[in-house]
Write a protein that binds this ligand. Structure first.
Ligand code: CNA
Length: 260
């Protein structure tokens, strides 16, 4: 870390499981094993744009759970914030839609929410913007928000399977070649095109995976000499890093400054 000044973080649902938000694929606790109550014919249907057009209710039931407000950032989000405070964070690319990076105080220009956000909403048919608070109120009250132009169903701007990623995502092509360290954490690296940008750093740049299991290129045998995998619980590994870097006091201050 001492020699790295342009760190990119690629994050997934695993950084938010310690905050109480289930990920997709962890057997037992992951969303894919717990979708019965949403009554969907197959797991991915809940984030499938064609299925949403046919029946938006399962997604809205899940959205009620996931809307930011209920959950708080944890030490992992604050670790990314600390990288920023120390002038080391080039960008955090997250697949998460929980807004916990924002809540941890990482400035919006430092975060690319590659799979969208609940903070804006639009019609899923004509893409006209819709007041996000009104969308939230409707969904929380069990109603479907409707577009004021075409009466199509409005959804928070979460990227579904079959939809394009936000424009911001394309900045990876200029960010990644500048990075001098890539940290990949809490993701199965199963969803494209996000998963693939792990290969967009220069070939000699170290890549560090912090996760319960090996994923993506970290599964290769032999492992590339510049790739390192630190397997385990993210909170524990993060604490270990904070201590090894002697950042405990700074970490305490960052958490204290973000009164939630
Ligand atoms: P995933 O496919 O569920 O993978 C999560 C990965 O994190 C797995 O490899 C787990 O083993 C690992 N993991 C989970 N918890 C921990 C932990 N405490 N310590 C260490 N490793 C852990 O999720 P991905 O993010 O790869 O999949 C991308 C999807 C998930 C995106 O489209 C998201 O929108 C979607 N998602 C987001 C959230 C959220 O915003 N919090 C929640 C659920 C799903």
């Amino acid at each position: 870390m001492k020699y790295c000044k342009k760190i990119i973080v690629m994050a997934g649902a695993g950084i938010s499981t310690p905050s109480g938000i289930p990920d997709f694929r962890t057997p037992g606790s992951g969303l894919y094993d717990n979708l019965k109550k949403y009554n969907v014919p197959y797991a991915e249907a809940i984030f499938d744009i064609d299925y949403f057009t046919y029946n938006p209710r399962p997604f809205f039931a899940l959205a009620k759970e996931l809307y930011p407000g209920k959950y708080k950032p944890n030490i992992i989000h604050y670790f990314v914030r600390l990288l920023h405070e120390k002038g080391l964070l080039l960008r955090c690319y997250t697949q998460n839609i929980d807004g916990l990076e924002r809540m941890a105080g990482i400035p919006s220009e430092k975060v690319v929410e590659a799979h969208g956000t609940f903070s804006t909403a639009s019609c899923h048919l004509c893409y006209t913007s819709f007041p996000p608070k009104e969308a939230r109120d409707c969904i929380m009250n069990g109603k479907s928000p409707r577009c004021k132009v075409c009466y199509g169903v409005v959804k928070p701007d979460i990227v579904f399977f079959g939809e394009d990623l936000p424009k911001q995502f394309s900045s990876f092509s200029t960010d990644f070649p500048k990075a001098d360290l890539l940290i990949v954490m809490g993701t199965s690296l199963k969803i494209e095109p996000f998963a693939n940008i792990v290969n967009a750093v220069r070939p000699n740049v170290p890549r560090l995976l912090i996760n319960r299991d090996l994923v993506g290129p970290f599964k290769n045998e032999p492992l590339k000499s510049t790739d390192v995998a630190e397997l385990g619980e993210l909170c524990e590994v993060t604490r270990k890093f904070v201590s090894a870097l002697n950042w405990q006091t700074d970490m305490d201050e960052v958490i204290k400054s973000q009164k939630l």
